[in-house]
Each structure stands twice: as structure tokens, then as C-alpha cells.
Write a protein that binds this ligand. Structure first.
Ligand code: DLL
Length: 436
């Protein structure tokens, strides 16, 4: 793999400013953001008033803990435009969640917000090792999802040549990467695996591909998956994080030179970690739920938003801004199987230790008698596809899961190509338990 470390003089000064400088900027901006939300969004006025706090009560960054949380339901209750802090005419763009599980949620951006967003995404792509003039193959979905258009604008801002391919039509993805000589790819890690399969199906050696770096996010993935993809393509794999409510992709990103967690762009997004049960903030280094407050957003200020993502905050390394550890699970993805908490990423990690199984998987929850039962659907690699070999692989995986994760799972190892493929965010858990 090539050394893609950016030159220090190419970074924005704030990325490597002193902690004092960052904190001073954050405090100024936080005061502005709280006031802006309170003065312009009735929801925030009510919620601050109910909690007995006022933007003037913020004297230090620590005072933020006095302010109430915002949760996804608040966005649903104010559907579609009730959370906007500027007149609708000043909204330059909206994005929305798919709303497959209920009311969709809508977010909005002013022209300046779009510029801020492009700026942080450009910072992410530079941290990932991309330079002006490089070709970027952007396979995140374009549309209401923030992935495609969010990355697109940041890539243009950095001066990349963007290929706006979006998700799907996998054979064409391979062809365009090769024909246009893409140096970077932005895509969900699960869809990257489908692209890897397609490379092999077309008889290309992925290690000979022009790709030097992949910027993967929008869903949890593990360091074991990083190694799998880095080895397969002989390229760097770095993690990008974000959520629509906070801005979209570009809230935090790994640096290619360290790959040791994601630097949060703290000059725009103020992170806290809280105990998910009590809501009490915990110290840096401790695991809990990530909470964000936007510091500069005009159209859609968000105050103490509960992401449900579980991680911890760590001191800066390649940049002075703090890092968040790779998000390995959301509180609502957690499966509680006979009293044991399990995240799909723990299954992913074990799956990747069995070389005769492909990295694709889906977890099905069912019921056996009165007990919850977990079936992990996996598939064999082409060299180990016989029934006998598949049974042996399944036994091996079941025993790894039992000994490392501590649960009993039924493994169904199918022939190659049988597990549902993702073209965007993977659906890792299918819950077929009867409702009672
Ligand atoms: O997924 C934004 C995005 C697009 C991020 C492209 C990165 C790349 P939402 O659809 O609102 O936004 O989903 C946000 O996805 O709360 C996490 O649970 C999950 N997520 C996003 N990035 C990561 C990541 C986009 N790097 C939700 N690791 C978040 C783990 C991630 N989970």
C-alpha cells in the first residue's frame, strides 16, 4: 500500500490547532447555536423552558449538560419542516430518512450549510489520502440519502474528479473503476464486498485495480473487515462517520496515516458520551452513547442529539481534535439472546476468522419453543462449496461464536452467492420472531 499521508501544510489550521484554541472556538459557537435554536425553533424554546434553562446559562462547555436532549421522535413530531430555524425559502436543500419504520425524518440546509458540509467532507477525503486531481468513484446512493450528494460536494470542493455512479449495477461499477482509473472509492463496506465478488467474477485481480483507498461508512464494520478489504484490494480502508440529523457524512473520519479511530470535526460538531440509561455524561475514554450538538448549522441546528451509536471519545493523535472509537453497534441493533448482548459486528469478526466462508452474512432471529433462536446465514467460498466442506465450516463458526461471543447460534452455510447482497446499507438482522 502506498503512503498517502497528507502534507501538513495542506491541512486546515484548525485541524492541528491547540486544544485551548479549539475549546475557545467551540464555546463561542455553542453560545450562538443554542441561542439560534431557542430564538427560531419553537420546539427548542419549549424544551429549554420546560427544563428551566436558557441559552444565557451557558458559560462553559460543561454547562451544556444542563440542556435537554433531542431524540429522533422529536424530529418525527415536527415533520416535515418544524425543526427548521430559517424561513423555508432559505432552505437550499432537504434530505430525508427512508422512513421504512414509520414517519420519515427531514433535515434541511441553507446555502451556507451546504458549504460547511462540503468543507468537512473535503477534510475527510483529504485525511483519507486523496489529493486534488485524483479520480473518486462515489458509489454511495444519490437521492434523499445524504451519502451520495454529501460526498459528491465535498469531493468537488477538494478538487477531485468525481464519478457519480451511485449504488447498484455492480458489473458497471467494476468496469468504470478500471476504465476511469479511480484512485479512491466511497461506498458502504458491505457493498464493497459485492464489488469485490464482481471483480473476481469478471476475472480481474482486485490487487491490480487502480484503487488506493476506500472511504467506508454509513454502517458498522470491524477492523477484521478492514483487513479483509485491504488485503483483497491492496489498498487502504478508512472509516467515515456521520448522520443526517447532524449533517450527513463528514462528522468524523479516520486519518490514513494512523487508522486509529475517527477524528471528530469538533469545530462544527460538539461530541459528548452519555450513559445510555441515565443520560449522565461520562468521562472521555468511557464507553456510552454518542450525543452531538451542532455549532455552526443555520437551517437545522441540533442540540444534544442522541445518536444511539455506542463508542468512546479518545484524545487526538494525527490531529488535535478528539477521536471517537470505531462505532461497533447501535443501541437499537443490539440483540439480547437469552440474556447475552450481541452486536452483528461481533458475528462479523468471528466469520472473518473462518477462511472457507465468504464475508457476507445475515442474522435471522426466530423462536424455538419459548426460546429466542439465532440463525446466521453465511455462504461458502468457491473452493469450499461441497456439502461436507460447508458443514465443517458451519461447525467451525458455531464453535468460534460460542467460545468468543458466548452464545449458541445455528449456522447455515449455503453455496456461494446465496446470501442477500447489499447495494447500500446492509440489513444485518431479520427478526422473524412471532409477535406475542
Ligand atoms: O449514513 C451518513 C453517511 C453516509 C455516513 C455515508 C458515512 C458515509 P444516516 O443514513 O442518517 O446517515 O445514518 C446514520 O448510520 O447513526 C450510524 O448508526 C450509522 N453509521 C454511519 N456511519 C457509520 C460508521 C449516514 N462509519 C447512522 N460506522 C449513524 C458505524 C455508521 N456506523
Amino acid at each position: 500500500m502506498k503512503d498517502l499521508t497528507p502534507r501538513r501544510e495542506d491541512l486546515e489550521p484548525i485541524e492541528i490547532a491547540s486544544r485551548d484554541e479549539i475549546a475557545a472556538l467551540q464555546l463561542d459557537r455553542m453560545k450562538w447555536s443554542l441561542r439560534h435554536a431557542y430564538d427560531n425553533v419553537p420546539f427548542y424554546k419549549d424544551s429549554f423552558d420546560k427544563a428551566g434553562v436558557h441559552p444565557d446559562d451557558l458559560h462553559s462547555l460543561d454547562d451544556l449538560r444542563k440542556f435537554p436532549f433531542t431524540v429522533k421522535q422529536d424530529l418525527r413530531d415536527n415533520y416535515p419542516f418544524g425543526m427548521f430555524a430559517v424561513p423555508r425559502e432559505q432552505i437550499a436543500r432537504v434530505h430525508a430518512s427512508s422512513g421504512t419504520t414509520g414517519q420519515p425524518t427531514v433535515v434541511g440546509y441553507t446555502k451556507r450549510d451546504l458549504d460547511t458540509w462540503a468543507g468537512v467532507v473535503a477534510r475527510c477525503l483529504r485525511a483519507s489520502g486523496l489529493r486534488p486531481g485524483d479520480v473518486l468513484h462515489n458509489a454511495y446512493g444519490y437521492g434523499l440519502f445524504t451519502g451520495g450528494l454529501g460526498i459528491h460536494a465535498g469531493a468537488e470542493k477538494l478538487g477531485l474528479t468525481v464519478v457519480p455512479v451511485s449504488g447498484g449495477m455492480t458489473p458497471r461499477q467494476v468496469r468504470l473503476i478500471e476504465d476511469f482509473q479511480a484512485k479512491g472509492i466511497t461506498v458502504t463496506p458491505s457493498y464493497m464486498l459485492s464489488i469485490l465478488d464482481e471483480y473476481r467474477a469478471q476475472g480481474f485481480d482486485p490487487r491490480e485495480s487502480p484503487l488506493e483507498v476506500g472511504v467506508f461508512g454509513a454502517e458498522p464494520w470491524t477492523n477484521a473487515m478492514r483487513k479483509e478489504v485491504e488485503d483483497a484490494f491492496d489498498m487502504h480502508a478508512v472509516d467515515i462517520y456521520g448522520l443526517s440529523e447532524v449533517i450527513g457524512p463528514g462528522v468524523a473520519n479516520e486519518c490514513v496515516e494512523t487508522k486509529d479511530g475517527l477524528h471528530v470535526w469538533e469545530d462544527h460538531f460538539y461530541p459528548e458520551i452519555v450513559n445510555p440509561e441515565t443520560g449522565e455524561p461520562v468521562a472521555d475514554g468511557e464507553l456510552g452513547e454518542l450525543v452531538f450538538t451542532s455549532l455552526t448549522k443555520e437551517a437545522f441546528p441540533i442540540i444534544r442529539y442522541r445518536t444511539r451509536d455506542l463508542t468512546r471519545l479518545l484524545p487526538g493523535t494525527a490531529r488535535t481534535m478528539r477521536r471517537m472509537e470505531k462505532v461497533t453497534g447501535r443501541s437499537d441493533d443490539m440483540i439480547i439472546l437469552r440474556g447475552v448482548n450481541v452486536f452483528p459486528t461481533q458475528i462479523e469478526e468471528q466469520l472473518l476468522t473462518v477462511p472457507t466462508l465468504a464475508p457476507h452474512f445475515q442474522i435471522e432471529l426466530t423462536r424455538k419453543g419459548r426460546m429466542d433462536h439465532m440463525i446466521v446465514h453465511v455462504e461458502a467460498t468457491t473452493g469450499a462449496a461441497s456439502e461436507h466442506a460447508r458443514e465443517a465450516s458451519a461447525r467451525q463458526l458455531a464453535s468460534r461464536i460460542k467460545s468468543v461471543v458466548g452464545i449458541t447460534a445455528e449456522i447455515r452455510a449455503a453455496e456461494p452467492g446465496k446470501v442477500a447482497r447489499s447495494q447500500g446499507k446492509a440489513v444485518r438482522v431479520v427478526d422473524n420472531r412471532p409477535r406475542d
